[in-house]
Design a protein around this ligand. Sequence first.
Ligand code: XMP
Length: 509
Amino acid sequence: WVLILDYGSQFTQLIARRLRELNIYCEIHPYNVDLTKVSSPTPGGIVLSGGPMSVNDEGAPHLQAEILDWEIPILGVCYGLQLLAHSEIPGSVEKAEKREYGRANLLIDNAGDLLKDIPTGSVVWMSHGDHIHELPDSYDIIGHTANAKVAAVRHKENDIYGVQFHPEVAHTDHGKQLIENFAYSICGLKGDWTPESFIDEQIASIREKVGNDKVLCGLSGGVDSTVVATLIHKAIGDQLQCVFVDNGLLRKNEFQSVMELYTRDLNLPVRGVDASSEFLSELKGISDPEEKRKVIGRVFIEIFDKEIGSDADFKYLAQGTLYPDVIESVSFKGPSATIKSHHNVGGLPEKMKLELIEPVRELFKDEVREVGRTLGIPEHFIGRHPFPGPGMGIRVLGEPTKERLDLLREADFIFIEELKKQGLYNEVWQALAVLLPVQSVGVMGDERTYEFTVALRAVTSVDGMTADWAHLPYEFLAHVSNRMINEIKGINRVVYDISSKPPATIEWE
Ligand code: XMP
């Protein structure tokens, strides 16, 4: 496996992505992680990420120099490279006269293992303000650009390499080749981390952990919790008990169709619980988004609590936590503000004294989908758009009453149905309808109407962290709008959201 030490670059996760694409397991840890915690099993390679600071800044993140003695191959990227130089000759890195952002052409002086199969002159992506003006004698330059005389280096004796550009970004033409060279040729790693091997390992470790106890798993109808439940079911059979709650905030027909998938296709031991009236009555009069999330989270806890009852064999709670939620990224912007409290089922264990099982906490979303496919979960389910835990509760702006939820369910149904019919569903990362608490005047036949507005939102994204509004065809939008206004009594206006994230967010609340 590969240890990635994070120095705060916005691209650190991409290094992990590229390695995972090579079927190599890797983990991201902060640069100052306690090394004893990440040295067993011993990594086969270490990558030092880029970072936003200058190695000369006071309090700049430092190199834990003992890794240089581990005799494990190291690749320093941008800040990582500069740290390697700085650790030998303090002052060897200085502010460049010309900061370098964007494309440059890598001219190869000596390919060796790192740059083999990369054509000289190929495009690399630079993003740095400092440069190395004095390379320690222990290193050779193996590549340069018009602007940077030190663009790639190799230690004379050890397997230590550094590059000034970012091989992990898509704009570096042969970046993937470079990372492959490092991982396969230099570290000697095999690329045997596959969905199959992941599943086998998880099954063994779940069995060992759980023993004869029972596991409770709350299903949300989403891909993550479904994969988790299927995996655990494979490991411990009916010691797993799943609960799928109808909170009254689900999509049209969602409860029935997902229950069918769980029981008929996946054979999961799942209890369907209709708690819609509890949720809606607790949400009465509540219109603040965060308040709604809190109420919904609390009612989920109460229902799970009831499901366990007095059965003391329940020792574990399974959750579909993903890697991006776990990575303790180094941030130099100070504590990040809470934009939205994505509740999932957080806060549950403390109250219920259950220990967590999070079998996919090391995976990215697309890796979870891959594992799901390998587990035999049907494709139409794997490819579903993400759906938030609080469901339509945060898509009816203001108080989510049954009447308004029903209106939104119809609108959402038409939107999604048309996206699928016209082959656009898989073109967007997520699509949703929002019911605005705004009534406006319209005219239908000879009648005046005074009804609600629906906002349509569709975005393209890779991970939901940033997103652009999807440029859906006008004809498609016109058709959807027509259907909604004609078919749903109570809606007389449809608008399309053309904001990106940031500064907007994907959901409206
Ligand atoms: P935002 O609106 O923050 O959404 O751009 C990013 C992604 O997260 C989903 N989302 C949630 N998921 N509980 C969840 O489980 C929540 O409270 C929540 N709020 C937003 C959203 O659907 C999108 O995929």
